[in-house]
Design a protein around this ligand. Sequence first.
Ligand SMILES: Cc1ncc(COP(=O)(O)O)c(C=O)c1O
Length: 848
Amino acid sequence: MSPTASLPMAPPSALRAGDRPRWRLLVAACVAGACVHSMQRGFLSLHTQKQSGQPLAQGAKWAPDKARGLPPMRLGPGGGADPVNNVSPEMAAAGRKYAQRYEEIFMMGQKVWNSIKKIDGAEAPRKVYFVGTNGNQGQEIAEAVMDSLAYVPAPDGTQFLRRKPGVQYPTIKYGLSNSDRRVSETCAMLKLPSPVDLYLEDPEKYREIETRVLKEFSEQDFEGYPAAFVVGESALSTPENVEIIKQGLVVWLDVDTEWSWGKTQWRPKQGGGLFMPTDKHNRPPVWCIANGWDGDIDDTEGKREYEKIMVGYSKGYEESAELRMKVDIPGLSENPYWCAERLMKVMAERFGVTDDASSVEEEFLEKDLEKFLEGARLSKYLKPAMDWCTEQGAASIEELVESVEELSDALALKPLEKKRLEKAAASPLKGVSDADRRRSRSPRRRSIFAGLCPRRSSGRGFEDEASALSKAEILHLRQKHFCAAQSVSYANTDPLLLLRGEGSRLFDEKSNSYLDTRNNVCHVGHAHPRVAAAVSKQVAALNTNTRYLHPNLCLLAKRLTETFPSGSGLEVCFFVNSGSEANDLAVRLAFARTRSREIVVVNHGYHGHTQQVIDISPYKFDHKGGEGLKENIHKVPCPCTFRGPHRGQDAGEKYASYVEAACQAAPRGQVAAFFVESGMSVGGVILPPPGYMEACYRAVRAAGGVCVADEVQVGFGRFGKHFWAFEQQGVVPDIVTMGKPFGNGMPLAAVVTSRKVAEAFNNGLEYFNTFGGNPVCCAAGLAVLDILRDERLQENAADVGCYLIRLLKDLATRRTLIGDVRGQGLFLGIEFVRDRTTLEPATPETSE
Ligand SMILES: Cc1ncc(COP(=O)(O)O)c(C=O)c1O
């Protein structure tokens, strides 16, 4: 088997999050230029002041000159309805939720910045440069990121969105500017034409000014406050600019060309026609070129030109950026703060910010202390008691009760209060569960818990017990309670303990992150919030079997069958729990339809783990422990054009001739079914050559058999070009089986077939499957189909797949160990060989 890679289809949140930094020492010189932002209070729109052109070192004040936005929301009696803003309890609750979410983003930002500040010298990225094309909301996102990095929480804990007018809060300071605006200002100052005219008349001068403003920003001293610069979309075509921005952290806010073009098409309502920028209104020069600024107002031509330019620019962004984030996807494009939230997470990871043990410890100590003081009716002393614990370094409630005398003095308790405290200390852990106690004592839970962050344990039940287990203990339990046949990956080096996933990344107990190139289940990304929400909503309502009517089941069948080519007749669904079950059922359907028991299978194929499907899986029956080929199974060669005997144009036909021969060799020349994976996975990412399936299907149908397409690995758009991989071969199967990605991790698989095949199965032996197609798994399946459509993940698989193949093929020109790069979309394989002529597999090189 060749080492293979198949990626989750969710766009990577940050392609280069794991790269080494490449920042250099920044020159600390004070040059006028960037805007300084100050945030004191506001509602949703966070910045309250922009002081263009004032360097901090010249004593700029940060006090806001005017507050913007809506007044802060106030809570009504009991925290329910909000009579001031006249909103319902639901609205008030939503407001509270939002305030909390914003606060969490800001707090994370503050931690990230504190972490960055601790990095010394050249490695410290003191400035952030945002690059990308028009319409990526660079300015808004930069502002949201700065609001977060520069955040200073209120000493009394008031959340930012709930700050009250008339109360003094710490000011929030940062630098923020953008090259378009700065170029425009500089042109005005130097009495030059507007940037657009200047670009068209004297592009060199324009570039010179662009470099000048970038340089000014890079040299400006922000006195330890964060600063960001939004770089014009064409600025990276100047190598000097690239060098300047690489001194900071370069973030690429990526949007599709189509999206970007759409944003350039904005026109003012009045006047109609082509949008004319005023002198002050600085559109990027590219926009002008693309719109035929020379007078040619031809959108199609402009768009084509624009796309060409964008492709070139994207290369530049990619080469310069340390982090890349797609920002034109639902869930991010609506609110720059959600983009900041994502970036904060990636930056936290990048700069080693973990919810470190002390803060976790503190959180639990505070909880325990709260219960303890409550028991002593001394809740009002929670804050000073907590402060005292911090001061004294007390890490657990046990340590605290040993020093009850000192605590009492520190809190200046009255005699009766002191008595109550002593009494509570005599039975200190009343109300604190065993798990809580173990947890607060156990140092090893820190690392595991860090891996679970930011999700918090409920503080009760099995979650605590689980989070208290060390990696060694988990491994021990695994060995004790499982069979060695259930193998663990990387057992020869260090098995992975994975506790969290997000998008295309996985996180271990120490919050190390891994780009998941192996997963073929979490198709729309790990822990996708829409899948999580759909599942939890349904699980909280009802989960039962398919003997009752339920909308989820029927809607999923409708939506799923709509994905097949029209006129295919594939309209009857059986929902099951796994790919193996699906193939097992497909065998039964074929037997019922044909009354034959002969099955043709392809060498190296894998169809699952039940006895019946092991019998049709050469990958199992031909290998160690397997029982070999059964009498009714006919194995044909794998249609591999890299290693196999047939490699030319007629390879499809030649490989299909083995299927024809197998059909003829079957008893009475009749077969029940032909099973083939539409893209062979464990066989080594093998795509059948053109014409193969069509010729095979012809032979099988002539022998009375049905054709089964196993799409368990390759279905649901993974191929990019097509939703179902069999479509690539221009055939329509009689039965399609699917599984893995369908529920994004929830056990959901299916068999879809024609009415004719289904009717033959309806022979009185009823089909019932307890869990198959339950409403919860169907909710997951529906969410997956929605996400595939809304996030255009099939298209993403096509784009990213093409890109990866191009890069890998390029790499192959320099690395002789790479024998072949093949696949389609995000179903990709690299075959490593020791010798490109003999094709000797590079087993030792790939086994370490
Ligand atoms: C092509 C193919 N078919 C079927 C299966 C079996 O699916 P499951 O593991 O869900 O039973 C697999 C699993 O790897 C597979 O790759």
